[in-house]
Design a binder for this molecule. Structure first.
Ligand code: GAL
Length: 391
């Protein structure tokens, strides 16, 4: 395919030179160059391949839709795939995108360790690759990473627990019971979420102010494969049955995202005998969880405006398609109306630091749904007052 592109580029070059020679015009780029930016050397409209993990986790439907809209709004062709959270399927889908002669790859990996081989082809064909939302590891094919500050997502969850309970290391008179539910071990984000929260709360665990009756405090013990709601439900039912059947009170269920929080909430509804309201955290602003927040069943979620993540990815992608090497100036020159930081230190994917653009997450509770989600246009409220995502 690379040879085909090169031959096509040569032919276009010959034609341009001959036209210029005949008309005495310049072969210098002209104002119409912006139109050519969407066209590859062969003059065809450039194509962006977008690989999303699944449609069974709500947020990725929005990511795919926003990304497709953004790139198509700039005149690019888009090939969008969803791989049903099946790692082998995503490898096949990416192989198909590369074979389809794309000019940019945007990938949210199901397994951040599983794409090294397939991305060798992208590297050989000099296709820039944006690692979207989840860092892809052990490959030098990654050009940039666009996500949210995922450690901060966890910190916000931990700080919410700390502030809501009024935890104070100088006051060991009050004690609380907490359980942790983390995400998919294959997802590079999951340990960042868990560690962000655990690092805030560990001093209180060490001081005996926070107790973990199940004893499960290691990431691998509390992880949830595929972020699966039913898996989180079953695990939490087991924890409740083993540690909370004798009247022990559960005060906090710290969940790394909304799909796991949904399962944990269902387990508490069905299997927890206590009459206290359990503080439950989440992430993403999934509609079912926002309804639970309105109804008081879930306490908070951390919202990440994926519409903005798509805008940042678009501007980065356009710069790459124009052969540029963006840096912090992509942000300062962007005119974006959302916060983003340029990070060249935090994300080493095993082959070196991947320059990253990290957006800022937001804590959502019942009290700020209107201002942070509805007034901003991300959601509308249905007839029951439940938020519905605006696709
Ligand atoms: C993470 C993502 C989160 C979380 C999870 C499930 O990588 O950053 O938003 O919801 O996947 O999709």
């Amino acid at each position: 395919m690379k040879l085909r592109k090169l031959m096509a580029g040569f032919m276009v070059g010959v034609m341009a030179f001959s036209i210029a020679a005949c008309s005495g015009g310049s072969t210098e780029p002209d104002s119409s160059d912006t139109e050519q930016e969407q066209s590859s050397a062969s003059g065809e409209t450039k194509t962006v391949g977008i690989a999303m993990p699944t449609q069974s986790l709500e947020r990725w439907n929005r990511d795919g839709s926003y990304l497709k809209q953004q790139f198509e709004s700039k005149g690019y062709n888009v090939e969008l795939t969803y791989s049903d959270n099946k790692i082998d399927q995503q490898v096949k889908d990416i192989e198909g995108l590369i074979a389809g002669e794309i000019d940019l790859l945007v990938i949210a990996a199901i397994d951040g360790q599983a794409l090294s081989q397939v991305l060798k082809d992208a590297k050989d064909l000099e296709i820039p690759v944006i690692s979207y939302d989840r860092l892809i590891n052990n490959t030098d094919a990654i050009s940039y990473y666009v996500s949210f500050d995922n450690y901060k997502v966890g910190q916000l969850q931990g700080q919410f627990v700390e502030e809501t309970l009024g935890l104070d290391l100088n006051d060991t008179s009050k004690k609380y019971n907490i359980e942790f539910t983390a995400g998919d071990p294959a997802d590079n984000n999951a340990p960042f979420f868990f560690n962000g929260a655990f690092d805030v709360l560990k001093p209180y665990i060490d001081a005996g102010i926070l107790n973990v009756p199940s004893g499960q405090t290691e990431f691998q013990q509390v992880a949830t494969k595929a972020w699966d709601t039913a898996t989180a439900l079953t695990r939490f039912q087991n924890i409740l049955g083993s540690n909370y059947s004798g009247g022990t009170q559960l005060d906090v269920a710290l969940c790394s995202n909304d799909s796991t929080a949904l399962g944990v909430t269902q387990a508490i509804d069905s299997d927890y005998a206590g009459d206290n309201k359990v503080l439950i955290t989440g992430q993403d602003g999934d509609e079912a969880n926002l309804a639970n927040i309105v109804d008081g069943k879930q306490t908070m979620t951390v919202y990440k405006a994926v519409a903005n993540e798509a805008v940042a990815t678009l501007d980065l992608g356009v710069a790459l398609l124009n052969g540029e090497t963006p840096d912090e100036s992509l942000i300062s020159n962007s005119g974006w109306d959302f916060e983003c930081m340029y990070d060249t230190e935090s994300y080493d994917n095993g082959t070196g630091i991947i320059p990253s653009y990290l957006l800022t997450p937001t804590v959502i509770t019942k009290d700020n749904i209107q201002t942070e989600l509805v007034d901003t246009g991300y959601y509308t409220l249905d007839e029951n007052g439940y938020p519905k995502g605006v696709q």
